[in-house]
Design a protein around this ligand. Structure first.
Ligand code: IPE
Ligand code: IPE
Ligand code: MG
Length: 236
């Protein structure tokens, strides 16, 4: 599709929020005989390119799954490398914030991250406040952890009964619309604990393309598939 056509398709389809499960960095590197961390480095570049493309074509909210609550099980060297990449990205984001139209949100339990990383998160979020589009990075994020966190916050308020709205309002994604489309690269057909509550009526799209190979044209393919879906939300 041409840029104009894809913009029109986004507009017409009501596609406001795309969430990406950025999977396949390790396999991308292994295929080339490189260490897995090299795949993550390449993955950051892809993330920057794809996030920029999405805002160019009129997507209001982009969410990416960067590190799950289960990813701590990986070798320490890989976890450390991933955290370093996040730090570096946040520094770069803060330095170039004026160039972009996105408000950054880190979703997940950031309380266990290093104080230096937490500071960089706060700074990047503050600097980008009020920008028209949203970029949410799921970091130490788990859908179950998020729900437990929300229920505990509600219990603390002394609630004896809670509504679906109460839960939504206490998630890390409070005030962010649910994803319309969840794209998983790397070929797996699972959510891996991503946006469990918010995904209730999201369209799911899986592509065998490994995340570092993901191009704007692959995003177009996902959007084209989304446009052909019939979203009924339980109706007829
Ligand atoms: C996704 O790529 C990135 C993170 C989970 C941080 P993987 O590292 O899971 O790559 P594969 O699935 O092993 O290829
Ligand atoms: C999901 O990928 C998490 C991220 C992309 C950050 P994983 O590679 O951790 O998921 P599984 O282990 O294949 O389910
Ligand atoms: Mg993986």
């Amino acid at each position: 599709m041409t840029d104009m056509n894809i913009k029109q398709a986004v507009d017409k389809s009501g596609l406001r929020h795309i969430a990406f499960i950025m999977d396949g960095n390790g396999r991308w590197a292994q295929k080339r005989g490189l260490p897995r961390t090299h795949g993550h480095k390449e993955g950051v570049k892809t993330f920057e390119r794809i996030a920029e493309y999405c805002s160019e074509i009129g997507i209001e909210v982009v969410t990416v799954y960067a590190f799950s609550t289960e990813n701590w099980k990986r070798p320490k060297a890989e976890v450390d490398a991933l955290m370093k990449l996040v730090e570096r990205y946040l520094d770069e984001f803060a330095q170039t914030v004026d160039k972009y139209q996105v408000e950054l949100h880190i979703i997940g339990d950031t309380s266990v991250l290093s104080p230096a990383l937490q500071q960089k998160i706060d700074r990047a979020e503050q600097l980008s406040k009020g920008k028209p589009c949203k970029l949410c990075v799921a970091l130490n994020y788990g859908g179950r952890d998020e729900l437990v966190h929300a229920y505990n916050a509600l219990l603390k308020q002394g609630k004896s009964q809670i509504t679906a709205q109460d839960i939504s309002a206490h998630l890390y994604t409070a005030n962010i619309p649910d994803p319309d489309l969840i794209v998983r690269t790397g070929g797996e057909m699972r959510l891996s604990n991503f946006l469990l509550w918010q995904a209730a009526y999201s369209e799911f799209y899986s592509t065998p393309t490994l995340w570092p190979d993901m191009k704007p044209a692959d995003v177009d393919l996902a959007i084209e598939a989304f446009c052909k879906r019939s979203r009924r939300f339980g109706g007829v």
